[in-house]
Write a protein that binds this ligand. Structure first.
Ligand SMILES: Cc1cc2nc3c(=O)[nH]c(=O)nc-3n(C[C@H](O)[C@H](O)[C@H](O)COP(=O)(O)OP(=O)(O)OC[C@H]3O[C@@H](n4cnc5c(N)ncnc54)[C@H](O)[C@@H]3O)c2cc1C
Length: 399
């Protein structure tokens, strides 16, 4: 433990954080992969996170490095350069990344989501043409569904694509787009038909297309190294061969991409919450009040026990949903439950971690205030937790 010379000797200024999560992985290859990811996270992510978050800089080069070692295409087929890993392994990789730097884990999750429309619904020619560079990390992706007038009611979107010869002319504004201005390609969900979900198509647009203009970055509460902005489409001409699946079949793509994406967000929440537990446990073992470590007070010890239990429960829910997906079974409602529970747990656990540190939890000298700010967004993105409840209750009442 390092102590600053000018501070009283009993002040805890940093702690030795230990984390040990028992994992059962399906193959020896997966154990080796998780070990590699831990090494990369310790060597490349942990030393940079504070600086990049403070400056609000997106670590694009780091993402390229993750692409080169194969972490940007883990759940996709090997023939296109993917890792052919089960989702349960991919999600545990995300968890390890999120434990060190949530914005990087979220970037991997969003990129993986953005590869899904081509991988799942593209033609053979589109897959061959686009996937190798996407999965290798040369091209970074973004997913453009939300609009300024509506995120939850995505089917009410107004961004329009009108066919003109061999092109679509796209006009409208997408909002809250992660990787805006950094991405090389955008999945653009836009209206090609009548109102509602049945009139939506999915286009794969090059970011460099004239008429696609990322706007000023949002000033976010947390995840400051992750760029988020509106994107204006002002008569942008997208070649017609960039249509994924068929005209007016795009909403199904958006929703099925989100099922997998929500598990990614849930795994990020588990990693973030685990980091908060680890830090709070280490701090409570070091910090003394009334002549003994605060961990020895039952009020703190029980709080730590509840925090750790919530993280374990969240992880179990995430992996159970992932295994359904890996088995080819319907998993949308289970993904919604996992996202709802894991992100609510992350919010509670990170808030409690601040409480365990007392006043020191409220300042940026320790990472728990950042964890708490970061947890909040996970309850909002890829469908708010109210919308997750809607998904779950509809599945229940459908029987
Ligand atoms: C940092 C960040 C990154 C994001 N990244 C992306 C991205 O990459 N791509 C993308 O497309 N979007 C992205 N989003 C958008 C995100 O998915 C939306 O913010 C979210 O879906 C909510 O939409 P909204 O903000 O318009 O809120 P609204 O839909 O206006 O909702 C406002 C409130 O009303 C509640 N509500 C709405 N409808 C119902 C209902 N039927 N029942 C009960 N409650 C309801 C909501 O839960 C919420 O509490 C991002 C958002 C943020 C903050």
């Amino acid at each position: 433990m390092q102590r600053l010379n000018t501070l009283p000797a009993d002040l805890v200024t940093s702690v030795n954080v230990h984390s040990h999560v028992e994992r059962i992985l399906p193959t020896d290859e997966a154990y080796a992969l998780l070990e590699l990811v831990r090494e990369i996270a310790d060597a490349e992510l942990a030393p940079r996170v504070d600086d990049f978050e403070a400056r609000g800089e997106f670590p694009r080069e780091l993402l390229r490095t993750l692409g080169r070692v194969g972490l940007l295409g883990l759940p996709y087929p090997e023939e296109y350069g993917g890792g052919a890993q089960p989702y349960e392994v991919y999600l545990q990789v995300l968890e390890e990344l999120a434990r060190r730097w949530l914005a990087v884990a979220e970037a991997v999750s969003v990129h993986t989501l953005a590869c899904y429309p081509v991988a799942g619904y593209g033609s053979d020619a589109q897959r061959k043409r686009f996937l190798p560079d996407m999965l290798g990390g040369e091209l970074l992706g973004a997913y453009c569904l939300s609009e300024p007038a509506g995120g939850s009611d995505a089917a009410a979107m107004t961004t329009k694509a009108v066919r003109d010869g061999d092109e679509y002319v796209v006009t409208g504004t997408k909002a809250w787009i992660t990787h805006a201005g950094q991405a090389d390609f955008y999945n653009v969900f836009c209206r090609t038909g009548g109102p509602g979900a049945g009139g939506v198509s999915c286009l794969l647009a090059d970011a460099a297309t004239p008429g696609i203009e990322p706007q000023a970055r949002e000033r976010t509460m947390g995840l400051r190294s992750s760029p988020v902005a509106q994107i204006a489409f002002d008569g942008a001409r997208v070649p017609a061969d960039r249509l994924l699946s068929e005209e007016n079949k795009g909403f199904r793509i958006a929703m099925s991409a989100l099922d997998g994406g929500r598990l990614g967000i849930a795994a990020c929440a588990v990693g973030l919450a685990q980091a908060a537990v680890d830090y709070a446990v280490a701090y409570a073992g070091e910090r003394e009040q009334f002549g003994r470590p605060i961990a020895q007070f039952q009020g703190i010890g029980f709080m730590l026990a509840d925090m750790a239990t919530q993280v374990s429960a969240a992880r179990a829910l995430v992996l159970a949903a992932a295994r359904l997906r890996d088995a080819g079974r319907p998993y949308g409602a289970e993904a919604a439950k996992a996202k709802l529970f894991a992100t609510d747990a992350a919010m509670r656990v990170t808030t409690d971690a601040v409480q365990v540190l007392g006043g020191y939890g409220y300042v940026a000298d320790h990472p728990v205030e950042r964890y708490m700010r970061e947890a909040k967004v996970l309850q909002i993105v890829e469908g708010t937790n109210q919308i997750q409840r809607l998904v779950i209750s509809r599945a229940l009442t459908r029987g």
